[in-house]
Design a protein. Structure first.
Length: 418
């Protein structure tokens, strides 16, 4: 049954991929129109002076101190270790956007969406801050009734299973922030140990197949949510070659060799002797970011996710294991959404991103009531500060999901169901 569903899904995906509309407002959902557009590809022009990222002086690598916060995102950890984000690991909404854009060339549209999630789901709505690691600690003061938990405490709300580098929450006693070296080795071995190596999108698509299959076969609590799974986890795999590749006159479109990959993931050694140091993610010396006029924005991400889904169509499915391995059950999203979305239409227009963010809208009160004494007050803050960003996506609404659809998945009890 599962195999026939995915075969049908593959046919649907191949038939529904088309071209993104370049005339759309760039503030639209960063995951809108999940379509591959080979005609919009820019010719990369390398400019060493503009693209070189400074890792000296105030931006020299410093490992985190005992009170510094580091978490599940190697890219954010590296930014903090080089002082492009506060080395404490407690960052503001604006700081996250600016650093991701200036250092990695992440499009402002994509960075804004991710920073919004960081604050709304894991951070402090009053200060617009969030931790890139665990809870920042301190005294619980009104209007809070508990402390924000940061990205490390966001399982199935931001952080998710089947990560490109981290381990699954259930399999690692709740630690989904540390690198799972065995998972990393699965990726590492997809390129030869000696000579030329390039962990490009095609390689990451192979790894996406590995991570998804591993979780199904090994994690009875594996859960793949409408936001965390279909959007964020697929996006995390695409970000690695898009944002970590080194650029040069020889490779103006970027090359991600093994030593650069290891540096960004805090890994040293070779072959079977790889070692990992927690929190030691590092921007390599002589590393050059994406061309300044080619930020990795919505169109790029759309194209990469579409390429991924054309090879691994099962990763668009919402569902999970039901308490035992190899029991992955797919949610009927037509029933879930009252007929607004189904798997055939999910890749049309901006449906994929809206599908994920409707999950956020539905489940947000459950997140806020754990943190704030007055949920209405907290929701008002969300609306005032981030409503225009979410409204610019143009999603149909209001739409609430039938949360009982997720009750059969024990993984949702480990954190959330987003």
């Amino acid at each position: 049954m599962r195999s026939s569903f995915f075969l049908t899904l593959a046919i649907i995906l191949h038939s529904s991929l088309a071209f993104p509309d370049p005339n759309k407002d760039p503030r639209e959902c960063p995951f809108a129109k999940v379509r591959r557009n080979s005609q919009s590809h820019k010719i990369a022009v390398f400019d060493a002076a503009k693209q070189k990222v400074d890792v000296s002086g105030i931006h020299v690598f410093q490992p985190p101190g005992p009170k510094d916060l580091r978490g599940p995102c190697p890219g954010l950890n590296a930014l903090a270790n080089h002082g492009y984000l506060p080395r404490s690991g407690l960052v503001t909404f604006d700081q996250a956007i600016q650093a991701c854009n200036s250092v990695y060339g992440m499009g402002v549209d994509v960075a804004t969406t991710l920073a919004t999630l960081g604050v709304v789901v894991t951070g402090n709505l009053e200060t617009d801050e969030f931790s890139i690691g665990g809870s920042p600690g301190g005294e619980v003061m009104p209007p809070f009734i508990s402390l924000p938990q940061g990205l490390s405490g966001s399982h199935n709300k931001y952080e998710t299973d089947a990560s490109p580098g981290r381990g699954d929450y259930y399999l690692h006693n709740g630690d989904a922030s540390s690198l799972d070296l065995n998972n990393f080795k699965l990726l590492y071995k997809l390129q030869p140990e000696e000579g030329y190596s390039n962990y490009n999108l095609n390689v990451m698509i192979q790894h996406r197949k590995q991570t998804f299959d591993f979780s199904i076969k090994n994690n009875p609590h594996f859960y793949h949510g409408p936001l965390t799974g279909t959007v964020l986890s697929n996006g995390a795999h695409a970000f690695i070659p898009a944002l970590m590749s080194n650029h040069s006159a020889q490779f103006p479109e970027g090359l991600l060799p093994r030593h650069v990959l290891k540096s960004f993931f805090g890994v040293q050694g070779t072959g079977n002797n790889l070692t990992y140091q927690l929190g030691y993610e590092r921007i390599p010396d002589n590393w050059f970011r994406r061309p300044m006029d080619d930020d990795y924005g919505s169109a790029n991400l759309n194209s990469d996710i579409a390429a991924m889904l054309s090879v691994v169509p099962e990763t668009i499915s919402v569902g999970g294991n039901t308490g035992a391995v190899n029991t992955f059950t797919v949610v009927n999203i037509s029933s879930l959404t009252g007929g607004i979305y189904d798997y055939e239409t999910l890749l049309q227009d901006n449906n994929l991103g809206c599908f994920g963010f409707h999950a956020l809208r539905t489940g947000l009160p459950d997140v806020l009531k754990v943190l704030y004494s007055n949920v209405t007050y907290a929701q008002t803050l969300v609306t005032q500060k981030y409503g225009p960003i979410l409204a610019s996506m143009g999603c149909p609404g209001p739409l609430s999901y039938n949360e009982t659809s997720f009750k059969e998945f024990p993984g949702t009890s480990d954190g959330g169901w987003f």
